[in-house]
Every structure is written in structure tokens, then in C-alpha cells.
Design a binder for this molecule. Structure first.
Ligand code: ATP
Ligand code: MG
Length: 211
């Protein structure tokens, strides 16, 4: 993989924030920053999905747009980066393959974290090889408005006990923002100001996304 000005060799910990990011919004950013700070993580890598197995392909914005909006949104945070790994991979992408590749690239020593919102963790057993995934990285399950915190805590406990996995629960600032809502707002000519970074807002309008 091409690396410009990115020296990852000295990293001790790396968190991956997976998602469609269609578009990236302040809910994603505040979550990633809360996790980074809490676990003293050296770098958070936003990983836009290429062809996500759980979403309908034709409804997703081109990966290059999603990647570039990620770059714009993370430009002001020195701890954040965006990866092309999944969008450049051909065919359906699975988290397990991404984590394995990152392990190969950065070695056995680096501590890998995977950040998932309350909705994503609920679906984790529909992912490919969840048990192996639990062995390869530490999960951080974060709260999300509209999803019950108690239910999330129970889920985390079950996974921890049944799979001997390293999984943390973390309450993050509640921002009731979703990409679906942003897409609907743009379509209906409603404001998205203060829901996404201004650079992302401008990008959406420049390229007529979501109309
Ligand atoms: P969509 O509505 O298209 O599904 P989304 O807002 O859920 O978009 P995703 O790209 O699907 O965004 O989510 C990526 C990750 O970020 C998931 O783990 C999801 O749970 C988490 N996430 C998204 N929005 C929030 C939020 N407001 N607070 C906490 N976590 C969030
Ligand atoms: Mg989602």
C-alpha cells in the first residue's frame, strides 16, 4: 500500500473505525475521539467500506467520494487518518480480512482496537468469523442515541464471557446524527450545518450528492 508521509512503524496502538461513511458526520468523529482519548490510542484509522456485504451496492455513494469526505473531515485531527484498504480491495470486503492485513503490516506487537456503535455490535454475529475477530483485536462498543444502553451492556457482557474476548463498553457524547438522516435532509433541502464538518457540507453540495 502506498504511504505518503505516514510513519506508522512507531505506533503502539491503532483503532479502526469501520463504516460506510455516506457521509462521515460528527457522530463518527466525536466517537472516535472519545475512544482515542480513553484508551490512549496513537492513531484512529477510519476505514470506509468498499462493497459492504450488508448494504445494497447501488444505493451507496461512490467510494472515492466517501473516502475524500473522510479525508476532509479528519484533516484537523493529527490522530486521525483515512484508509483506502477496503475501498481498493476488489469484491466484497470483510472486517476479518482487514484486521488480518493490518496485523501483517504492523506486526504482532501493535494493539489493535475496533470501534463499533451500539447498532453495529448487535449485528456482529452476522459478520464473517466473529470468533476469530475477537481474538485478533480489542473491541470497543460505544453508546448511540436511540439504542438502549442497558441492552448494549448486556451484549458486551455476553460476548466477553462466551468468547473470552477483550471487549470494552464506552459511553460517548450522545449525538443523534446518522448518515441516513443527513442524506434525507439534503434530499429535502433541509440544513445539515453543524451535523457534518463544513468541508464535508461544501463537498456534498459541490458534487450534488444525495439529491
Ligand atoms: P447509515 O445511516 O447510512 O447506516 P450511520 O450514521 O449509521 O450511517 P455508519 O457509517 O453506518 O454511519 O456507521 C459507522 C460506525 O459508526 C458504526 O459502528 C456506527 O454504529 C457508528 N456510529 C454512527 N453514528 C453514530 C453516532 N451518532 N454515535 C455513535 N456511533 C455512531
Ligand atoms: Mg449505520
Amino acid at each position: 500500500m502506498r504511504n505518503i508521509n505516514k510513519n506508522y512503524s512507531s505506533l503502539k496502538s491503532l483503532a479502526i473505525m469501520g463504516g460506510t461513511f455516506d457521509p462521515i458526520h460528527y457522530g463518527h468523529l466525536v466517537t472516535a475521539e472519545a475512544v482515542r482519548y480513553k484508551y490512549n490510542i496513537d492513531k484512529v484509522l477510519f476505514m470506509p467500506a468498499g462493497n459492504p456485504p450488508h448494504k445494497e451496492y447501488d444505493k451507496i455513494t461512490h467510494s472515492e467520494h466517501r473516502y475524500l469526505m473522510g479525508v476532509l473531515a479528519t484533516a484537523t485531527n493529527p490522530y486521525f487518518d483515512v484508509s483506502r484498504m477496503e475501498i481498493d480491495r476488489k469484491g466484497v470486503t470483510y472486517t476479518i480480512d482487514t484486521i488480518k492485513s493490518l496485523r501483517q503490516m504492523y506486526g504482532e506487537e501493535i494493539e489493535l482496537y475496533f470501534i463499533t456503535g451500539a447498532d453495529a455490535i448487535k449485528e456482529i454475529f452476522t459478520w464473517k468469523n466473529p470468533e476469530e475477530l475477537f481474538k485478533l483485536c480489542t473491541f470497543v462498543a460505544v453508546t448511540r442515541p436511540e439504542y438502549y444502553k442497558e441492552e448494549l451492556i448486556e451484549k458486551v457482557k455476553t460476548i466477553r464471557n462466551e468468547y473470552e474476548s477483550k471487549i470494552h463498553f464506552l459511553e460517548v457524547p450522545a449525538l443523534s446524527i446518522s448518515s441516513t438522516d443527513i442524506r434525507n435532509r439534503v434530499k429535502n433541502k433541509m440544513p445539515i450545518k453543524y451535523l457534518v464538518p463544513e468541508s464535508v457540507e461544501n463537498y456534498i453540495y459541490k458534487f450534488n450528492l444525495y439529491i
